[in-house]
Write a protein that binds this ligand. Sequence first.
Ligand code: PRP
Ligand code: URA
Length: 208
Amino acid sequence: MGYTIIKHPLIDHKMTILRKKETSSMEFRQLVNEISTLMGYEVTRDLETEDIEIETPIAKTVGKRISGKKIGIVPILRAGLGMVEGLLTIIPAARVGHIGMYRDPKTLKPVTYYSKLPKDVASRQMIIVDPMLATGGSLIEAIDELKRNGAKNIKSINLLAAPEGLKAVEEAHPDVEIYIAALDEKLNEDKYIVPGLGDAGDRLFGTK
Ligand code: PRP
Ligand code: URA
C-alpha cells in the first residue's frame, strides 16, 4: 500500500516549529495535538458514508453519515499518547487501545511492556499513532501485535519518518498504509532521525 506524505501549509509550518530545539514541552504538546488533527482529516478521507434522510427546520433533505467500520486508535507509548487527543477531536467515538514499547538503548530493538486493545479490533479500522518512525522496529512490532489480535485494517500516522524505517515497515507489512507529515534524510549512528526533532517522548513530557 505504501506511504502518503500529507502536504499542507499549516502542517509544514507547525512541523518547523516542532523541530526547533528551543520549542518548549508545552508548545510541543500543543503542536503535536494540532498536527494530529490535521493529519486525521486526511487519513479519514476514505471512510464510507451512507445517505440519511433528515428534517431541517425548513424542509426534508438527505444528508450523509459515516457508515462501515468503526475506528480504533492505538498510540505507541509514550510518545504516541501526544497524538490521541488531536484525533479524538475529530473522531470522538473512537475506541483507544495502548501498546507500551521502548527502544532498548543498546540493541535499539523495541521492547513491548504493555498491550491493551479493544476486543473487536477485527472489525475496526485501526489507526496506530506514534510521532517517530525511525528504524521501523517499533511500528513493525505494533502491527504484529494488532494482527495477532485479529486486526485486518491497519493504518499508521507518524509525523516524521526515515527512509530506512519506511522501507522496513513496507516490506514487513505491505498491507498497511502509512501517513507521514515529512520524510527526513536518514538515521544517524544512534538511529535518531536526521534532521528529525530529537527524542519525541522526552520533548513531549519534559523528561531527560
Ligand atoms: C520512540 C518513538 C517510537 C520509536 C521509533 O520511542 O516514539 O516509538 O522510538 O523508533 P524505531 O522506529 O527505531 O523503533 P522511544 O523508544 O523513545 O520511547 P518513548 O516514546 O517511551 O520515549
Ligand atoms: N525516537 C525518537 O524519539 N526520535 C528519533 O529520532 C528516533 C526514535
